[in-house]
Design a protein around this ligand. Structure first.
Ligand code: HEC
Length: 123
């Protein structure tokens, strides 16, 4: 499993994978995390959901940093979508999980938030 520290290292050393590749790999990791979170939400495991959301935040922050380098033309759109995801949607879900709210509804809200950005980037 990649760490945010490893990604920063790859960015500064210039010998890591190309940004587009790295961005895609982070998205795949996010997908895995969402899958795990759906299982935790089905089981009503609020603690595990909290940890999962924290991990999702770390991965999405790394993707946001790489996205700045990657897509010159659509950087602003990507940035505003990441701001919405990381600064608005995710905090709402984190607060809900902290309050012990767990269940499929929370996982669906997360998946809708992922989709909102993907829809914005459909050609
Ligand atoms: C702020 C924008 C944004 C958010 C939020 C976002 N994504 Fe993505 N995602 C993208 C973009 C842009 C691509 C297309 C990448 C490409 O084609 O290079 C993508 C692609 C993907 C892919 C395909 C990767 C590949 O290389 O084939 C998966 C899987 C994915 N995202 C999962 C997720 C999940 C799960 C979440 C929510 C936890 C999420 N994404 C949130 C922007 C976002």
């Amino acid at each position: 499993m990649r760490t945010a520290g490893g990604i920063l290292l790859a960015l500064t050393s210039c010998s890591g994978p190309a940004p587009a590749e790295e961005f895609g790999a982070l998205m795949e990791d996010l997908q895995e995390r969402v899958r795990a979170l759906v299982e935790d939400s089905d089981a009503g495991r609020a603690d595990a959901m909290q940890r999962g959301l924290a991990r999702i935040r770390t991965l999405a922050e790394a993707a946001r940093a790489i996205g700045r380098l990657r897509d010159e033309a659509r950087r602003e759109e990507l940035e505003s979508q990441f701001a919405l995801f990381l600064d608005v949607r995710l905090p709402e879900l984190e607060a809900a999980a902290r309050d012990g709210e767990a269940g499929p509804a929370l996982a669906s809200r997360l998946q809708r938030s992922c989709r909102a950005c993907h829809d914005a980037f459909k050609e």
